[in-house]
Unconditional design. Sequence first.
Length: 156
Amino acid sequence: MARAARKSSTTKTSITRREFFAAVRDRLQVRLPAERQNIRFQTSHRQMKLYYSQYKLHYEVWTNGRDQHIEIGLHFEEGPESTEALIRFFDQHILEIKHELNPDVELERWTNSWGRIFQLLPYQPLTEELAVDVGDRLRDMIVVLQPLLDEASGRR
């Protein structure tokens, strides 16, 4: 009997995407530094976008069941010139970004007008524990990348 109780206490309970995104948002709101608290959130069925002053330069958490991954990233979607400038700027800093965040973080131009810095996690059941992990990774990404994005945006 005690053995069964011990097993159930470690079982992770799946939550809905809506609950998952809310839990990521809640985690961020208590973990972001005061100067980064004014981030805005927009949630759809499969993704959550977070941004400061420019919606087209946003952070994103995407639960991609089709391709079997969860993406955490910063997206550049302002257009070809902006994306080119941001890709070039972040490419100059990619080694320090990987050092600060994770060697698995990648910088990618997806189209002529769309690029991103991102990390993929394997797709898995959405749980409170995963929301904490994703929230912490996203917090770290914002803390490391937002000052660079602010610097790059000031140069354009």
